[in-house]
Design a protein around this ligand. Sequence first.
Ligand code: C2E
Length: 729
Amino acid sequence: MKLQTRYSLLLTGMILSVLVVLGTLLFIQFRITLKNGLDSSSQILEANLDKQLERNGTNLNHVLAINLANPVYSFDTEEMYHQLQSVLSLPSVEYAIIYDNNGALIHEGEEEISRYGELLTDPFMTNALKAEDYLTQKSDSILDVSHPLFIGSQQLGGVRVGLSLTENKQDIQTMGEELRHVFEQGISENLLLFGSTILLIVGLFGVVLATTISRNITRPIKLLAEYANNVSSGKINYPVGLPNDRRDELGELSRSIVKMIIGLKEINDRARHQAKHDQLTNIPNRTLFNEYLETALANAEQKEHEMAILFIDLDDFKRINDTLGHAAGDELLQQFSKRLSSSLRAHDFMGVGHDETYAGIARLGGDEFTVLLDNISSDENIIRVADRILSKAQQPFSLSSGQEIVVGASIGITMYPKDGTEKNQLLSNADIAMYSAKSRGKNNFAFFTSSMNTEVQNRLELENDLRSAMENKQLKLYYQPLFSSLDNRVVGAEALLRWQHPKKGFISPDAFIPVAEQTGLIHTLGEWVIETACEQVKRWQQHSRVDLYCAVNISGVQLLNRNLPENIKAITDRHQLTAGNLHIELTETALLTNEEDASNILEELHAQGIDIWMDDFGTGYSSLSFLKKFCAQGVKVDKSFIHDMETDEDSRGIVKAVIAMAKSLNLRITAEGLETASQVEQLREYGCDNLQGYYLARPMPAEQLSEMMIRLPELFKPFNTNSVSEKAS
Ligand SMILES: Nc1nc2c(ncn2[C@@H]2O[C@@H]3COP(=O)(O)O[C@H]4[C@@H](O)[C@H](n5cnc6c(=O)[nH]c(N)nc65)O[C@@H]4COP(=O)(O)O[C@H]3[C@H]2O)c(=O)[nH]1
């Protein structure tokens, strides 16, 4: 039951109880007053009537005594009779008699005086005979009045009259009833008036009390309950109208509730902010960005705006995280988000967000950021923004650890409504465009085109196929022999991955290695290659008694793994190979991304006795400092120069120069891609150490190379334990 109803009922009950008690008391008082009033009125009335009757009786007697003086003196019975009869004719007179001085009856008002001479002996008569004046006596029913009878001074006896009190009593009763009626009526009217007045006063008091209770207690409690209910249903508004300034318990409760609501509001606001902002960078997160985007799309549709979504991904962020640790990665993201915010000028912002400062940007997770540009007038504007972001991303980031890192970013751009009108479709387009930008070389941006969809589809398919190929052991290693130009014997073999797709046929490593690198699959795949190659070398040593090294290609991404030297050592140890049985080949570009760490890893590998070869030499920087920095023991001249050597003077010049430079640095040199006898002759002439190419031998399965070892043993160096100990020493 509600407090107000309860208090109203309580109040009504109290008022009614008071009224009932008051009414009862008044009624009792009324009854008592009425009874007392009637009693005393009756007494007074009776006394008055008695007095009146007595007065009448004495007067009557007095007159009778005067009128009878002579007839009694003269003993005129006739006259006595008449006088007495006239009195007896009065209704209230019961008897009238004349007596003598002895109390003997003289006349009784009858024609025949039958009782004449009868001595009256009742006590009243005795007293009357002694009395000198009139005497009265009252019984229940009669008033006796006597009066002496004189003629002159001589007493002749007396007159005695009996007056009936019955009529008197009836009168008293009638008058008493009338009086009661008058009293009752008067008191009832007064009581009614009094009662109504009291009721009105009590009623008014009740209304005033109820209003006061309602205003001071129930209404504030209701309001407090309303706010408390709002809080429990999640509507946390700043409370207004509460009795905070009151000094009573309600004021205290109200202040506590206000405090609680303010506290909850703060927590709620913080939670809401946290739910929609990225905790690391404090810029909007995916949830808020989606909200912005939905609003912006609705706005753009209504106003027929054009819009652009930029999907930004930091280049090599994973490498920073893996090599420098998560704290460094977090710092990089924080710095980049600040640069991103500052690279968007006020006019780049759309007018839809709640928080204009960050309205256009968000971090979707990891190193992925988005920028929403609304109401764009031309592609140039978008390009300007993208360029600004790229240039900010390219500038070195100084970490608190003192390290300086350079990353860069790739940006995919999609346009509304040209590329799509639906939120997810636009985000997916921007993502696809970003991948396309990344694959074209880093620190780049690309506008989405529909053909990218097919590219991405193919790439995704390739990625899935590669995963299942690795699981189902569809990948194999082929080995391409490397020949010494001095004695034409096979000194080593380059391990090359081969993938025979069950449906698509042969897939070139040039197609799937980049996918393996982008997805991180290269780490597992690369270690499998090393393990398989080492196992094979050991088998050739043991079964074919042939001594040769195996060259494996290492991708730049593999150099991000600090454990690589340790893992390689575990493999060579497991297969009891000397480190010299394993060579690794790297391209210059593989070393560019993280020179410092790459050089440390290569130094460790070199310390283990593993030979490092710079692959595809001449196509990249071809820097001598690179060769020294990365502990290279040899270079492989790229096959494109070998191919063009016969026809192109420049290529021939480059080959010669590379060989001369390698020799001067005491490096060994391999020429790859030899397809003709003249190429072989020429390179032998130039003093190239090792030769590799289809002309000499194509990449082949291990079994085929094993057969070749049996068929042409003269081409291979025999394996003996001395050669192992020689190498070890
Ligand atoms: N036209 C022509 N080509 C010749 C001749 N002799 C050899 N080749 C090809 O040249 C490539 C040499 O390997 P690469 O430069 O390291 O280039 C390799 C290497 O960078 C990468 N790759 C192959 N296997 C692996 C691997 O296990 N790990 C890594 N990270 N990369 C690999 O894929 C690239 C391509 O490998 P492949 O298609 O096997 O192509 C091989 C080989 O088959 C020739 O006389 N003429």
